[in-house]
Ligand binder design. Structure first.
Ligand code: FVH
Length: 289
C-alpha cells in the first residue's frame, strides 16, 4: 500500500483522505486549519502539522485546495522536499493555471499530474466516479491502483499538464445552462401548484435523449458537415415565441434566453438555418474570434 499525503481537508480533500484510510493506505493529512484533521486522525490518518513533514511522509502527494495559487503558496515552504515525489493537484482552475503549476512543480523536481474530479465528495471511491488527469504518464501508470481508490473511472488524457483543466472547462460548460433550464421548469410547475418532484422523471428522460444525441453532434462538429439533418437551427428558431410566452404564463424572468435566441438568429443569418443545430458551434467559434 503506497503511503499517500492529502494536502487540503475541505469537503473534497476530507472525502479523499477517508477513502485512502478506508482502503488501508498509510495516509498523512495536512490542512491550513489544523482542527479539520481531528476526525480523520480518529479514523486512522496521521496528521502532519508542518507542510514539510506532510510532503516528506509519502511518495504520492495529492493536493486538493481551492485553486493553483493556494496550492503553490501552501507547498512553497516544502518545495525542496518535493523533488522526486509524485505531486497530483485536484483543484478547479484554468488550463493556464495548470501550466503554471506544472512549471513550478517541474522547477522543484516534482513529477506532476494535474487532475479533475468529476463528481461530488459523497461519490469519492465509487467504481463509476470519474477522475481525469493530464501530465506525467509514468506517475499515472505507477500509481494507477492507488489513484483508483478515489474513483474507478480513472483516465489519463495525455502528457500535456493542462489537459484535465481544459476538459474540465469543456465538459463543465453544460452544468449551469442545464441547471438553469431545470430551475426554470421547476418555477413553471410550481406556479401551477404542482410539485417539482413530479417533473423529475420526465426531465431525466429528456436529459437521456440529449445524451444519446451527443455522439452524433460531436461527429458533425468534428467533420464540419452539418447537412445531415436531425433538428435544424430553424426548428429551434420556431420555438423562440414559446420561450417568450413562458415568461407570461408563469410570471417568470426569462431574460437568460435572450443571448441564446441571439445565437440562433445569428446562425440563420450566417446561412445555417436548414443545418443541424450543432452548426451553432461555428457561430460560437466566430464569436470567440
Ligand atoms: N466539493 C465539490 O463538490 C467539488 C467537486 C468537483 C471538484 N471541486 C474542486 O475541488 C477543490 C476543493 O474543493 P472543496 O469542496 O474541498 O473546497 P472547500 O471545502 O472550500 O475547501 C477548500 C480547501 O482549500 C484550503 N485553502 C483555501 N485557500 C487556501 C490557502 N490560501 N492556503 C491554504 N489552504 C487553503 C482550505 O483550507 P481551510 O480553509 O480549511 O483552512 C480547504 O482545505 C476546489 O478546487 C473545487 O472547485 C470540488
Amino acid at each position: 500500500m503506497t503511503p499517500v499525503t492529502i494536502i487540503g481537508l475541505g469537503s473534497m480533500g476530507t472525502a479523499l483522505a477517508e477513502a485512502f484510510v478506508a482502503a488501508g493506505h498509510p495516509t498523512t493529512v495536512w490542512n491550513r486549519t489544523a482542527a479539520k484533521a481531528a476526525a480523520l486522525v480518529a479514523k486512522g490518518a496521521s496528521h502532519a502539522t508542518a507542510i514539510q513533514d506532510a510532503v516528506a511522509a509519502s511518495p504520492l502527494v495529492i493536493a486538493c485546495l481551492t485553486d493553483y495559487d493556494a496550492t503553490r503558496q501552501t507547498l512553497e515552504p516544502a518545495a525542496a522536499t518535493l523533488a522526486g515525489r509524485a505531486l497530483v493537484t485536484l483543484n478547479s482552475g484554468s488550463p493556464a493555471g495548470a501550466r503554471e503549476m506544472a512549471a513550478w512543480a517541474a522547477g522543484h523536481g516534482a513529477r506532476f499530474l494535474d487532475g479533475a474530479i468529476k463528481n461530488v465528495p459523497s461519490a469519492v471511491g465509487a467504481p463509476g466516479t470519474l477522475l481525469y488527469y493530464g501530465g506525467d504518464k509514468t506517475v499515472f501508470d505507477e500509481h494507477l491502483t492507488t489513484l483508483k481508490v478515489m474513483g474507478g473511472d480513472t483516465v489519463h488524457l495525455g502528457t500535456e499538464p493542462d489537459l484535465a483543466a481544459l476538459y474540465e472547462m469543456a465538459v463543465g460548460g453544460t452544468l449551469l445552462p442545464a441547471l438553469v433550464g431545470f430551475f426554470q421548469g421547476a418555477a413553471l410547475v410550481q406556479a401551477r401548484g404542482l410539485e417539482v418532484s413530479s417533473m423529475v422523471r420526465f426531465t431525466a428522460k429528456w436529459l437521456e435523449m440529449i445524451i444519446s444525441l451527443l455522439p452524433v453532434l460531436a461527429e458533425e462538429i468534428d467533420s464540419g458537415d452539418y447537412s445531415k439533418l436531425g433538428s435544424s437551427v430553424n426548428v429551434f428558431v420556431a420555438g423562440i415565441p414559446y420561450d417568450e410566452e413562458l415568461g407570461q404564463e408563469a410570471n417568470l424572468d426569462v431574460t437568460w434566453h435572450a443571448p441564446l435566441h441571439d445565437l440562433l438568429r445569428r446562425a440563420v443569418e450566417a446561412g445555417y438555418g436548414e443545418h443541424s443545430i450543432s452548426a451553432l458551434t461555428e457561430v460560437l467559434r466566430k464569436q470567440g474570434g
